[in-house]
Design a protein around this ligand. Sequence first.
Ligand code: ZN
Ligand code: ZN
Length: 345
Amino acid sequence: MKALIYSSKGKIEFVEKENPRIINDDDAIIKVALSSICTSDLHIIEGCVPRAKKGVVLGHEFCGIVVDTGKNVKKIKKGDRVALNCESFCGKCFYCKKGYVNNCSFGGWLLGCTIDGAQAEYVRVPYIDYTSYKIPDNLSFKDVLFVGDILASGFWSAKLCEIDKNDTVALIGAGPVGLCAAQSLRYFKTRKIILIDTNKYRLDLAKKLNLADYTLNPLEVNIEDEILKLTNNKGADKVIEAAGGKNTFELSWKIARANAIVVICAMYEENQILPLPYMYGKNLTFKTGGVDATDCDKLIELISKNQLNTNFLITHEINFKDILKGYEIFKNKKDNCLKIAINYD
Ligand SMILES: [Zn+2]
Ligand SMILES: [Zn+2]
């Protein structure tokens, strides 16, 4: 089969590779129907994910058809159309039982990082009974492409905000995860969403899709001042930081009101400073980290009922054989690229 591998820092290659086979009894082999490129793939290529294995097939955002299953697999069978979780988790360890699947003692982010991922024609997925979700007949592969990664991340971030109906949420970052978070905030009936980004196209799109009540561009206005104006001089009740920029962490706690919840789902390339003496008495709650993607079944149900819809994120569609071109487009946000759907026809 054909596959895209991470060969060394800064270098990816489109190669011929042997098809994956079942290794463990709870594995399945999936014929990939659609996959996507994620910012995390770029982080690996840039060398920012030290545990990523050289030679690994990239890709962890995908859906497809089951073509083979290990002998312990119960939930799915050959021929099923499934959406997949970006995380692999055993479902049985201390962390899994608590729902903290990102820290599964035997899993976490494996696919496309430490084991071969989904930017290939076929992929072996471990713990398939826990990490796959049947796609209802009324939904297409496109409809569910983002369920197991960016939509899960956006939804999780919104959920961590513990939204009250009177809340004003400041959301930093109008990238794919940020926009998924905005849609999820709407689902949780957030009163006011203030979306902050330097990318005018993305802000305008969010406004057009009613994913934000206000949009603020730091290149045009002073964000701290504007947030105060929009919140009766209080600051935001909740903040989601989904940008991971140079000063966006600092911005996130500065625009939060006292006793706010600040959710940090962004991934940084550098250490960030938490100036505790300066913020003493502000009594903030920080929630940080990578998604515990445990709501995928629910997300599919919400998509099925048209309460969530991420199809607008697919700005580009390409064939798998052109995936290197896809990386160029995605990395450079060419033609206002948000997400690319890679098909295998
Ligand atoms: Zn990802
Ligand atoms: Zn586990």
